[in-house]
Design a protein around this ligand. Structure first.
Ligand SMILES: Cc1cc2nc3c(=O)[nH]c(=O)nc-3n(C[C@H](O)[C@H](O)[C@H](O)COP(=O)(O)O)c2cc1C
Length: 244
């Protein structure tokens, strides 16, 4: 889980423009109470039953067990209809022109106190379907969500391993898009090579804690520095390419 806040300590939210027909299918949710702390698990895999889905289910079950009074929802890219952003900038003045499940996802994100992303790494970055979701966070840019009180974001990274290029672009894309929506990445859990094909956890993740709770601009600078220096150090491509 990410940073735990006490219940009732709701943060101010920047709502994206609401649209009609904002009803997505295949989202799993506990029964939310009006004032409950609200966690949203977003699964970036395009596979319904892959490693990410398995870990996300375990996180969902853990939330239900450890925080029975809180609300938790899973939104999985594999079960949602999300088209790519077409860059038309209609959201600058209100509604996104694309009529798909993203309207519901934007509502869930706006209502979340905390977001937990579980995503595979595809050639160092996010899978295309998940990148479509990230790009569709653009309406938040125009509601200035990033200038309001920030909320915590945790990223679980899934992969088979053996790729020398690491996952810095995935971290950067997730961090950038969700920062625009008012969420600051404060924890990364690296599960690469640590979950087998059946979804069973075979080793503990490497955990990187980036900031404590709400981050100001300095902390965001710190994240960029961390990505620039530490991650480049972790994934020294030149060195690893020799063995690739
Ligand atoms: C196009 C593609 C690119 C991939 N690139 C990487 C990679 O760079 N690093 C890695 O560790 N695994 C990579 N993988 C493996 C996936 O991350 C792995 O199969 C993961 O389990 C997929 O997530 P899922 O099981 O939740 O669907 C790649 C898989 C595909 C299909």
């Amino acid at each position: 889980m990410g940073n735990q806040k006490s219940k009732g300590q709701k943060t101010k939210q920047a709502m994206p423009p609401k649209r009609k027909n904002a009803q997505a299918s295949n989202m799993k949710a506990s029964v939310p109470e009006e004032e409950a702390y609200n966690r949203l698990i977003i699964v970036g895999s395009s596979r319904v039953n892959g490693r990410s889905a398995s870990l996300a289910q375990q996180l969902f079950d853990t939330c239900l067990e450890e925080y029975p009074d809180d609300a938790v929802t899973i939104a999985s890219v594999a079960s949602l209809d999300i088209d790519p952003c077409i860059g038309c900038s209609a959201c600058e003045n209100g509604d996104c022109v694309i009529d798909d499940d993203m309207a519901s996802v934007l509502d869930l994100i706006a209502a979340a106190d905390e977001i937990i992303v579980v995503s595979p790494v595809y050639f160092a970055g996010p899978p295309a379907q998940f990148k479509a979701l990230l790009d569709r966070l653009q309406p938040f840019f125009f509601t200035d969500a990033r200038h309001q009180e920030t909320r915590p974001l945790t990223l679980h990274i899934i992969g088979e391993g053996h790729d020398p290029f690491g996952y810095d672009p995935l971290v950067t894309c997730v961090s950038s898009a969700f920062y625009c929506a008012g969420f600051v990445l404060d924890q990364i859990l690296d599960w690469v090579g640590k979950i087998d094909a059946s979804g069973e956890i075979i080793d503990d993740p490497d955990i990187f804690v980036l900031s404590e709770g709400d981050a100001d601009e300095d902390e965001q600078d710190g994240l960029e520095e961390f990505i620039d220096e530490d991650f480049d150090g972790l994934h020294d491509v030149d060195e690893e390419l020799k063995e690739f």
